[in-house]
Write a protein that binds this ligand. Structure first.
Ligand code: GLA
Length: 720
C-alpha cells in the first residue's frame, strides 16, 4: 500500500472512530434502545439527523441525512415556529447559533449527559443544549441554558426546552385534557398541516384544562403493543406550551417548553436562564412500553422517594367538609386504626381565629388552629394518634390568601392583583406574590413552623385551589413579564429549602383535584391528588389517563361515597393507584367494615407489585365497556390484575383476556382476591395453575357469564 492510500485509509478509520463523516461531526445521544443523532453541518449549524430505534450497526449512525436545524432560531431565515427567539440589548431581533463544542458528563451511574454549546457569531449569547440519556429506562431529558454575556438585558420571546423533528406519513396526537373533576381525559386526533398547540396560561393551577404531556404516534395511531410512539412531558409546575407544526412537506416539528404567553423574559447582563426539562421516551412497540419506561425512570430518578413505600390514609374531607370538632376527629383516629390504615389526614377547616375557617370564604393565610374548634391544638391530635397506634397528617394551602384574613389585613401588598382594578376572586381567594422574597419566606416559614411545632406530624397535603388571572405583582414593578416564571422558580426554592430541612416527610400535591401533576413537582412530593371526582366510573378514565405517565405510587386514589357503586367496586378501582380512604367508616355495614379491613391487608400484600411493577393495560375503557389492566413485578413472580366492568351489558360477548408480561416458561396460580365476605369468586378457573405462556396465549375468562355493570374483580397471579 502506498503512502497516499495509507493516509486515506487512516483518515477514513479516524472518521468512523471520532464520529466524523463527510466532514460532519455526529453527536450521538443514546439509550439502550433509542438514539437521537445530531449533526454539525459544514456551516456550523447543528441538525437533528435521526430520532428512533437504535441502529443495529453503529456505522449507520454516520449515514443519517443531515435533517433539520435542531434548535431553530427566530428572526433569521426559518419560516415557522422557532425554538428560541430573542431581542438583543441593541434591539436586533435575530439570533444565529453555531456549534462551539460538545461535552459528555456522567452525572450519575444511570445516565449520560451531552451538552452541546452553541453561540451567536456576532453577539455574546451562548445556548447550551442539554440531553441527559437514561440508558436502561430509554428516557431522554432535555433542557436548554441561555447565557447573556451582552452588556445589557436581552428579551427571551421564545425559549423552548426542546425542539424535535419528525418525518412520517402521518402524525397522531393523544392529548390529556379536562376540567375540575374531569382530569386527564384522553383525546386523539390526526394532525393536519399547520399548527396545533396544547398550552396552559393558568399559572398556579396550571393543568386544570390541559395537562403537560402528550403521546405522538408516527405513521399510524399506536396501540398498547404496536406502533411508533413518543411520550413527552414538561417538568414545570406552571404555564407550558407544546407546539406541533406540520409544514408544506409534511415534516413535523414539536416545540416544548414554558408558555411564553405574557412572559417575554428579561434576562439581564451576565445571567443564565435555564429552561425546565422536557422528558421524552420513544418506543417502536406501542404505548405500553413508553409508560413502563417513564414509570421505571420516575421511580428510580425523579420522584421523591420513588421506590419507597406510601401510607394508606383516611381523610375527613368528604365526611365532614369544614364542620368538625375534636371529638369527631378522635373518632376518626379510632376509625383509622379500625380499618387498618396508616394515617389520619385532617383536611381543610382547622385554622383561623379572627375569621375562623367554617367555609371557603375565610382564613387562608392564618395558619393557626381555630381555638374553639381545636382547643388542644394540632399537637394534641398528633399525641392522640400516637397513643392509638396511628399517625396524623394535615392539609394546608400555603400559597393562598382570603381577603377575609389577618394576613390580608396586614399585608395587602403581598398579593397578586391588578392596580386600578377591582380585586378578582376565584374560590373567594387570591394568590400570594411568591416573586417577593418576603412572601416566599413567609410561605417557607409557615410550612417549617407547622412541621417543627408539631413534632410527629407524619404527612402533609399541599393544596392550591386558585389559578392566576388578573395577575400583577407590586414587587416586580417593571419586570411583570417575568412574573409567571419567577413564581414557579420561587415555588421550587421554597420546596428546596423545605426538603433540605425535612427530607423524609411524605407530602401530597393537590390542586383543586389534579391540576398540578408534573415531574418537577414530583421531585419534592411523594404523590399527587388525581381528582376531586372519586366516582369510580369516572376514576377509571382519569386513572387510565395518568397511568400513561405516572407510576401507581404517585397517583392518590381514595375510596369515597361518590357514585352509587358497591364498596367493593369503589375499592377495587382505588387499588390500582395509591390507595386511601375518604369515607365515613361509621356508616359502613359490618360486612363492609370486614371487607375494608381485608382490602387494606390485601393492598399491603400486593403494593410492591402495584407500586413498583410494570403496567400492562389490557382492555381500554375508551374501546370497550370494561377496563382491564395488570401489574407484573420485576422478577415476574407476582402479578395483579384489575378488571372493571363499566356499563357492560348482560348478554355482551366478551372474550377471555390474554395476560402480558409473564414468564412463558413459569407456572402461575391464579386467585381472585378482594372478595366481599360471603361471596364467591366469579373468575372461571379460580385457584388453578397455568403456564405464563398459556395465560398470555389463551388468557382468563374473567367474568364467567356474570356480566353485570359496575362490578369488578382483582386477580392475584403468583409464581409457583
Ligand atoms: C380542594 C381539594 C380537596 C379538598 C378541598 C378543601 O378542592 O382538591 O381534596 O382538600 O380543596 O377545601
Amino acid at each position: 500500500m502506498n503512502n497516499i492510500k495509507l493516509f486515506f485509509l487512516l483518515a477514513l478509520m479516524l472518521s468512523f472512530i471520532t464520529g466524523y463523516a463527510q466532514n460532519n461531526k455526529r453527536i450521538i445521544i443514546e439509550t439502550d434502545r433509542t438514539s437521537l443523532i445530531l449533526t454539525v453541518g459544514k456551516n456550523g449549524h447543528v441538525y437533528q439527523s435521526y430520532l428512533g430505534e437504535r441502529f443495529q450497526n453503529r456505522e449507520d449512525n454516520n449515514s443519517a441525512p443531515q435533517g433539520k436545524n435542531a434548535y431553530i432560531t427566530g428572526g433569521m431565515d426559518d419560516q415557522f415556529q422557532p425554538a428560541i427567539r430573542i431581542t438583543h440589548a441593541d434591539g436586533n431581533p435575530s439570533l444565529d447559533l453555531v456549534y462551539v463544542d460538545q461535552k459528555v458528563n456522567n452525572p450519575d451511574a444511570a445516565s449520560t449527559e451531552t451538552v452541546v454549546t452553541l453561540k451567536d457569531p456576532q453577539y455574546p449569547v451562548i445556548v447550551k443544549l442539554h440531553y441527559q440519556a437514561y440508558a436502561h429506562e430509554d428516557v431522554i431529558k432535555s433542557w436548554t441554558e441561555i447565557i447573556n454575556n451582552e452588556k445589557g438585558t436581552i428579551t427571551l420571546n421564545d425559549y423552548a426546552s426542546s425542539m424535535l423533528h419528525f418525518d412520517a406519513e402521518s402524525y397522531w396526537l393523544t392529548q390529556f385534557h379536562g376540567d375540575w373533576a374531569y382530569e386527564m381525559q384522553m383525546q386523539e386526533s390526526k394532525l393536519t398541516s399547520g399548527i396545533k398547540e396544547i398550552d396552559s396560561k393558568l399559572g398556579t393551577r396550571a393543568n386544570m384544562y390541559q395537562s403537560p404531556m402528550f403521546l405522538l404516534s408516527l405513521n399510524k395511531l399506536s396501540d398498547e403493543n404496536t406502533g411508533e410512539v413518543i411520550a413527552g412531558t414538561l417538568a414545570w409546575t406552571g404555564n407550558f406550551r407544546f407546539h406541533f407544526e406540520q409544514d408544506q412537506n409534511n415534516s413535523l416539528r414539536v416545540v416544548s417548553g414554558i408558555n411564553p404567553y405574557a412572559s417575554a423574559y428579561q434576562l439581564t447582563a451576565g445571567k443564565t436562564f435555564t429552561t425546565p426539562a422536557f422528558i421524552f421516551t420513544y418506543s417502536a412497540n406501542g404505548r405500553g412500553q413508553v409508560s413502563r419506561n417513564l414509570h421505571t425512570w420516575a421511580r428510580n430518578h425523579d420522584v421523591m422517594d420513588g421506590n419507597g413505600s406510601r401510607l394508606v390514609l383516611l381523610n375527613n374531607w368528604e365526611t365532614t367538609k369544614f364542620d368538625f370538632n375534636e371529638q369527631q376527629l378522635n373518632g376518626m383516629l379510632d376509625n383509622t386504626v379500625k380499618i387498618g390504615a396508616d394515617l389520619f389526614l385532617l383536611d381543610d377547616g382547622w385554622f383561623g381565629n379572627k375569621y375562623p375557617r367554617s367555609d371557603d370564604k375565610t382564613a387562608l393565610g392564618d395558619w393557626q388552629p381555630t381555638q374553639n374548634k381545636l382547643p388542644n391544638g394540632i399537637g394534641n391530635l398528633i399525641k392522640q394518634a400516637k397513643a392509638k397506634g396511628t399517625k396524623f397528617g394535615i392539609w394546608i394551602e400555603p400559597e393562598m390568601v382570603n381577603p377575609k384574613s389577618e394576613l390580608y389585613e396586614k399585608h395587602p401588598d403581598w398579593i397578586l392583583k391588578l392596580p386600578n382594578r377591582a380585586e378578582n376572586y376565584y374560590r373567594n381567594q387570591l394568590v400570594l406574590d411568591l416573586t417577593n422574597p418576603k412572601v416566599a419566606d413567609f410561605v417557607f416559614r409557615t410550612m417549617d413552623e407547622l412541621i417543627e411545632k408539631n413534632q410527629g406530624l407524619a404527612f402533609i397535603k399541599w393544596d392550591c385551589n386558585r389559578l392566576m388571572t388578573n395577575t400583577w405583582s407590586a414587587h416586580l414593578k417593571d419586570k411583570q413579564s417575568n412574573l409567571f416564571v419567577y413564581y414557579v422558580q420561587s415555588f421550587y426554592n421554597i420546596l428546596k429549602r423545605l426538603r433540605a430541612k425535612h427530607p423524609q416527610l411524605p407530602i401530597m400535591l393537590c390542586s383543586g383535584g389534579g391540576a398540578r401533576t408534573d415531574y418537577e413537582a414530583l421531585k419534592y412530593f411523594t404523590e399527587f391528588w388525581a381528582s376531586d371526582d372519586t366516582d369510580p366510573v369516572e376514576r377509571v378514565y382519569i386513572q387510565w389517563g395518568y397511568s400513561n405517565f405516572f407510576p401507581a405510587n404517585t397517583v392518590a386514589c381514595h375510596v369515597t361515597s361518590w357514585g352509587k357503586q358497591s364498596l367493593k367496586f369503589r375499592t377495587d378501582v382505588a387499588m390500582m393507584g395509591k390507595l386511601g380512604y375518604d369515607i365515613d367508616v361509621n356508616k359502613m355495614t359490618p360486612n363492609e367494615l370486614v371487607f375494608t379491613q381485608q382490602a387494606i391487608k390485601n393492598y399491603k400484600r400486593l403494593s410492591n407489585v402495584i407500586w413498583r411493577g410494570d403496567i400492562y393495560r389490557l382492555i381500554s375503557p375508551y374501546e370497550a365497556n370494561r377496563a382491564v389492566l395488570m401489574y407484573v413485578d420485576s422478577t415476574k413472580t407476582k402479578a395483579v390484575l384489575f378488571n372493571y366492568n363499566l356499563n357492560i351489558r348482560e348478554r355482551e360477548q366478551v372474550n377471555r383476556v390474554r395476560l402480558q408480561g409473564l414468564n412463558p416458561q413459569a407456572k402461575y396460580k391464579i386467585e381472585e382476591t378482594n372478595l366481599m365476605p360471603g361471596t364467591k369468586a366469579i373468575l372461571t378457573d379460580n385457584g388453578r395453575t397455568f403456564t405464563g405462556d398459556y395465560l398470555m396465549k389463551v388468557g382468563l375468562d374473567l367474568n364467567n357469564w356474570h356480566l353485570k355493570a359496575l362490578t369488578s374483580s382483582v386477580v392475584e397471579i403468583t409464581l409457583q
